[in-house]
Write a protein that binds this ligand. Structure first.
Ligand code: ATP
Length: 202
């Protein structure tokens, strides 16, 4: 799967609709201080389902919406969409029926985030799983932000293992295991309740 386009609208400093073509072989973005390089990387993480405002350098998720400037009022929503070339049909099964996959995330003030895949509503979890299974995702080590290399050098072994797991494409399994454990616990509780009822009836 190859990312081919990133579109931003009202996201942080990208107040006007911006269309960035991601050509094959692109490995970095350069530009003067404050021009929005990190904001681009954050837009990529965000559309892949990032849930931590701190990873967006904000206090709350709505901080990603253009906050206004001397000459322009603040916006009420932010939207980022990512086009993925799926010509080789490498996407996980649930997304694998088209040659192009368009994932979009939109946040509206006081209304939270909504996701779409090829213009159809999808859940945040579906999008997160798509990228986790494809060995990328909002925590992917292939997106290198400032300061990350020194963090990696100083990281504890457990944190380093997470990076290897992410690269191996198995991080989605943790989420699935967690969900399976929750279901198992709920079922055990239901079984206990049934046993109580059976005992009372006996
Ligand atoms: P550097 O090279 O210094 O790290 P950079 O190119 O990575 O800079 P960014 O950190 O991506 O730049 O962009 C910073 C700019 O984005 C600042 O001018 C900041 O005011 C602006 N910005 C961040 N969030 C918002 C927001 N919600 N609304 C408007 N502007 C924002």
């Amino acid at each position: 799967m190859q990312f081919t386009r990133l579109r931003l609208n009202g996201f942080k400093s990208f107040v006007d609709p911006t269309d960035l073509v991601i050509a094959a072989g692109l490995t970095g973005v350069v530009g003067p201080n404050g021009c929005g390089k990190s904001n681009l990387l954050e837009a990529l993480r965000w559309v892949m389902g990032e849930t931590r405002p701190s990873a967006m350098r904000g206090g709350g998720m709505e901080d990603v919406i253009f906050a206004g400037a001397a000459t322009r009022p603040a916006r009420n929503f932010a939207e980022v969409s990512l086009s993925i070339d799926n010509g080789e049909r490498l996407a996980p099964a649930a997304f694998n029926d088209t040659d192009m996959i368009d994932i979009a995330r939109r946040i509206t003030r006081d209304a939270g985030s909504a996701y779409k895949c090829n213009s159809k509503d999808v859940r945040a979890r579906d999008v997160q799983m798509l990228f986790a299974d494809a060995s990328t995702g909002s925590h992917s080590p292939s997106l290198v932000r400032q300061g990350q290399i020194s963090e990696l050098i100083n990281a504890k072994p457990k944190a380093r293992r997470r990076i290897l797991e992410e690269a191996a494409g198995i991080s989605g399994l943790y989420q699935r295991r967690h969900e399976a454990e929750l279901k198992l616990r709920a079922t055990e509780t239901n079984l206990e309740r049934i046993e109580d009822v059976v005992e009372q009836l006996a």
